[in-house]
Design a protein around this ligand. Structure first.
Ligand SMILES: Cc1ncc(C[n+]2csc(CCOP(=O)(O)OP(=O)(O)O)c2C)c(N)n1
Ligand code: SF4
Length: 279
């Protein structure tokens, strides 16, 4: 149903797509964030290219529709440009863990104060179902009719190793839980990533599996080692929730201190004077 966060864009996701759950969860999160003092003008979004990227069209929020694999880089620029903003990048699993994986690793390494929401459907959906970095071994698609022979990447373990300070997994079918994760990720100061298990009803319909197997983590692991252990857990249950959260220095503050290029903009004449001094 249309609401004050909707746009007039026609929704072209397939009926039943997990992306609908992510959209609902994000709208709920945006409202909860308003209650916590983060107004809509300061919540800025960005997306890559893929089925997931259409979320940008359906949200009445400021932002930029970016390129495949580049939303994580774009929001880092936005944050440096105006550190008062809360910046959120939407990405696909192909987008974040394939084309854009270096941006993910270095954003985590420098603890850039951004949030990345990965619509992880284990396939390159918009381009018709090729296998992606998180496709299960045996996954069949047009690029691999006989099934993938590769083990899937473990994004949570990779992000932990890269230095991310907030790591979570959600499920598009558990909207309230996912929306709470989004709120916590966006409020977190530092690099936060939520890997969202997102069924694609066309290319990788995982609703039944994840409805049966996902289980909310009772308590966030206390140590890095426990978090890694949980991220690598291959038991029958698929844990969802916050795997790791730690406080550490964030990139823009290490780089610029409290300087805000928008608020503390140098007047034109002063800029010209400084340039003349350098020249
Ligand atoms: C640099 C670049 N490479 C490739 C493409 C073609 N392309 C568009 S969407 C897409 C796959 C998207 O898959 P994913 O990121 O997993 O998102 P999904 O469609 O599954 O949401 C690709 C390869 C592109 N647009 N730009
Ligand atoms: S192809 Fe898959 S991911 Fe894309 S809209 Fe349809 S169900 Fe969703």
């Amino acid at each position: 149903m249309p609401d004050d966060l909707s746009t007039s864009a026609e929704n072209t996701w397939c009926p039943g797509c997990g992306n609908f759950g992510i959209l609902s969860a994000f709208k709920k999160a945006a409202r909860k964030l308003e209650e916590r003092g983060i107004d809509r003008e300061h919540l800025v979004i960005c997306s890559g290219i893929g089925c997931h990227g259409k979320i940008f069209d359906y949200l009445r929020l400021n932002g930029l529709y970016s390129l495949h694999g580049r939303s994580m880089a774009t929001v880092q620029g936005m944050k440096l440009g105006n550190p008062d903003l809360k910046v959120v990048a939407f990405a696909g699993d192909g987008d974040a863990y394939g084309e854009g994986i270096s941006h993910m690793i270095y954003a985590a390494k420098r603890n850039a104060d951004i949030t990345v929401i990965v619509h992880d459907n284990g396939a390159y959906a918009l381009t018709a179902g090729q296998f992606s970095p998180t496709s299960e071994k045996g996954f069949k698609g047009p690029s691999l009719p006989n099934g993938s022979v590769e083990e899937p990447l473990n994004p949570l373990a990779l992000m932990l190793e890269a230095g991310a300070s907030f790591i979570a997994r959600g499920f598009a079918g558990k909207i309230d839980h996912l929306s709470d994760l989004m709120v916590e990720a966006i409020l977190h100061e530092g690099f936060s990533v939520i890997d969202v298990l997102q069924p694609s009803v066309v290319f990788n319909n995982t609703y039944k599996e994840y409805n049966e197997r996902t289980a909310i983590i009772a308590q966030t692991p206390r140590s890095y080692e426990d978090a890694i252990r949980l991220a690598k857990d291959k038991g029958t249950q698929v844990p969802i929730g916050i795997f790791y959260q730690v406080s550490k220095p964030v990139y823009h503050k290490e780089l610029m201190g409290s300087w805000n290029p928008v608020r503390d903009k140098t007047a034109r004449n002063d800029r010209l004077k400084k340039i003349k001094e350098i020249l």
